[in-house]
Ligand binder design. Structure first.
Ligand code: NIG
Ligand code: FE
Length: 422
């Protein structure tokens, strides 16, 4: 049996309390001052004040980490990423700065289709290497669990290759990867050229790919990009229902560029999460507030695309919706692995308080991945997934931006990142 004792936290954010967090409870971090943590075989054995924890018999022989007056919190749970892709789209970034819109670029065969072309041409080995490097960056910014979507393959072989890579990566490196099938990202080019091609592609998804993904246990969730230029609400319903029938819980890309009614659909289907939400209506906000579908906000997209309209986080929180935050790491709209940067954007652009942003990025995100019993807070018998930030006050995590203040990240009690001494 191995024991690890962590002491010396100026603030230990336990996030103990009601799950999921809604409304006023979202800012409840349950902070222990001069708190300590005892970990047994990767699981939290005790959390309390330093004197309480140090007096436990197991603490005496435990290996020790002195947090040195820094802030200790649960590792970030990044509940929306497009982890595996072949290359950046820096060329489109430049076009966008010069005035082209995301949708214009997509209509000309750029955007997601550009990434599909690159992914199909890449070897599994090259994709894996790129993802491994990204995962090291995630860990370096305090993330310990992330959701990963397929969706740049869009044919049977390439989608399955992507999902199998999720599985391999999940076992071969320390971060936990929660796999989502996003065959319904857009209709691929070869089907656009056919008559009734979109219908045929949807049929391929519902009748072949989804059952195969489920049979091979390659994903837990099924996602759809429901927007102009991607899938309609009606098509999305068909695809998500096929997913559900095969045991894949729905997640939805909703109301990002235009309002399609995807949020109402997500609520009707009992989706685990409904993401983006820049264009939601008041009725959508009310529907989310009454549901257990998490509103996952992705301010990195609006920032990167230079969009002025962010999701109405305040209205969502005040109405009682379950709000989470994620990077949406992807080559087209949000090329970042940094949850601290997302927290900074949540504070300045979404007007969330630092405490709300942290709860949204940990416990509520864990709830959206249906893992709230294992991760997202620092409580006895949960996984010892935590991040230590080189700040004295948790508000300094979003306050500093564009610099990495993460000092150490631990997954199941093992350091997976440690800042080099400077
Ligand atoms: O979450 N909106 C759809 N999917 C991604 C963008 C994908 C891309 O542009 O490559 C998103 O923003
Ligand atoms: Fe996305």
């Amino acid at each position: 049996m191995s024991h690890l004792l962590i002491t010396g936290a100026s603030q230990l954010l336990t996030l103990r309390g009601r799950v999921p967090r809604r409304g006023k409870t979202l800012s409840d971090l349950s902070i222990l001052h001069d708190g300590a943590l005892l970990i047994r075989d990767g699981v939290i054995a005790a959390v309390g004040t330093r004197s309480e924890i140090e007096s436990l018999p197991e603490s005496r022989s435990a290996e020790k980490i002195d947090a040195g007056g820094r802030v200790v919190l649960p590792g970030f749970v990044d509940a929306h990423t497009h982890l595996i892709h072949a290359a950046s789209r820096a060329e489109e970034y430049e076009l966008k700065i010069a005035g082209a819109s995301y949708e214009e670029i997509a209509r000309k065969g750029g955007g997601i289709l550009n990434s599909v072309k690159k992914l199909r041409a890449a070897t599994a080995d090259a994709l894996k290497k790129r993802a491994q490097a990204a995962l090291r960056e995630f860990a370096a910014h305090g993330t310990t669990t992330l959701e990963a979507k397929s969706g740049y393959g869009l044919d049977v072989a390439s989608e399955l290759k992507l999902l199998r890579l999720h599985k391999e990566l999940s076992t071969e490196q320390p971060l936990e990867i929660v796999s989502t099938f996003l065959g319904a990202h857009v209709v691929p080019a070869e089907y656009r050229r056919k008559r009734a091609g979109a219908e045929q592609y949807i049929e391929l998804l519902t009748d072949k790919l989804i059952p195969e993904v489920a049979a091979e246990k390659l994903a837990e969730f099924c996602d759809v990009f429901c927007d102009r230029g991607a899938f309609s609400r009606k098509d999305s319903k068909k695809i998500l229902e096929a997913g559900k029938k095969n045991g894949l819980a729905p997640r939805v890309h909703a109301e990002q560029l235009t309002r399609t009614g995807a949020t109402q659909l997500a609520v009707q289907l009992g989706a685990a999460s409904c993401d983006h939400l820049e264009q939601v209506s008041k009725a959508d906000i009310r529907a989310l507030a009454k549901s257990n579908t998490v509103a996952t906000l992705l301010p990195g997209c609006d920032f990167h695309l230079g969009m002025k309209r962010y999701a109405p986080a305040r209205a969502l929180i005040d109405a009682g919706a379950i709000v989470a935050l994620a990077t949406d790491y992807n080559p087209g709209t949000s090329p970042t692995m940094s949850m601290p940067m997302i927290l900074s954007l949540a504070c300045t652009q979404l007007r969330m308080s630092p405490a709300e942003a942290i709860a949204a990025a940990t416990i509520n995100a864990a709830y959206s991945l249906r893992r709230e019993k294992q991760i997202g807070s620092l409580e006895t018998s949960k996984q010892a997934d935590l991040a230590i930030f080189d700040v004295e006050d948790y508000r300094e995590i979003p306050y500093y931006f564009g610099v990495n203040k993460c000092w150490m990240t631990l997954k199941k009690g093992r350091p997976v990142f440690q800042k080099a001494h400077t």
